[in-house]
Design a binder for this molecule. Sequence first.
Ligand code: F0G
Length: 351
Amino acid sequence: THQWRGLINEYRDRLPVTDATPVVTLLEGGTPLVPAQLLSERTGCEVYLKVEGANPTGSFKDRGMTMAMSRAAEEGAQAVICASTGNTSASAAAYAVRAGMVCAVLVPQGKIALGKMGQALVHGAKILQVDGNFDDCLTLARDLSDKYPVALVNSVNPVRIEGQKTAAFEIVDMLGDAPDIHVLPVGNAGNITAYWKGYQEYAKDGLSSHNPRMWGFQASGSAPIVDGAPVLKPQTIATAIRIGNPASWDYALAARDESGGLIDKVTDRQILAAYRLLAAREGVFVEPASAASVAGLLHAADQGLVDPGQKIVCTVTGNGLKDPDWAVAGAPQPVTIPIDATAAAERLGLL
Ligand code: F0G
């Protein structure tokens, strides 16, 4: 029998590690590439979902974190710090436990999903809620890592991008070639940067015949790249991508332009519609921000931008259990019944 060994051991020759690097891992990566039935039907394409919520802490952040934490351990760090809209902090907290390090996280006050807060707490992170947004948290985290002995594990740490690029490797390994289009949600823009790097490396080494066009989607109330200027007060129900001044802005533009791609925005209403569609029609429960990729694909299809017959991969970045409020809100309340089969059958319409 063979168990997936975690992405550092699976892709060691393509990552900046040596035999001396202590591997801090929860065996992340190796996530499912699920054929999307309804989305394929709607678009006339072959659509797949890269289900990153299947990672150990429930989001793609584990890919970058295994690299960042391993390298921090190699450099002798005792403590790590990050700014986060929730998922990075959950991941950093878990990997810090594995590494025996102290983890400090800065989150925007009142704007992170409860599940993510619970993860950071239960893994023993030191959490500070900042009276500001994510962009303020990141400025503060950078400042602290400059002045004090604490390693920054945000995606401005280039080693994070190296870990995250492995998702592109897995997709090409699975499909036998790169897809025609790759669709992602965009927040701080680290992930679109990472996928683009991964696809390019594989193509350069002849492991794929072409690069996909990179399509990124921001939430319309937090769409600085699309609008062309930082957003001082970013808004969206997709709190994971509530970011007004993305750190990897220029890299995201490069990914778009070099791939002949697209960065556009989708409304919260479109995001929630895609969120419900993924759960109800594909059987895949994601958090709202993750649905921005699928909302974007449907938006582009409506505009006639999706030619039939293409291979398309949508990354869905985080697990729906992290932020279940949106699943419960607006859904009919379950009815209560006595312990009685007839009553149950009646309610279920089986009579
Ligand atoms: N989807 C989810 C679920 C996320 O948590 C994030 C980012 C993104 C998409 C966007 O990815 O920033 O690489 O463009 N979350 C960060 C965090 C900011 O702190 O957890 P990106």
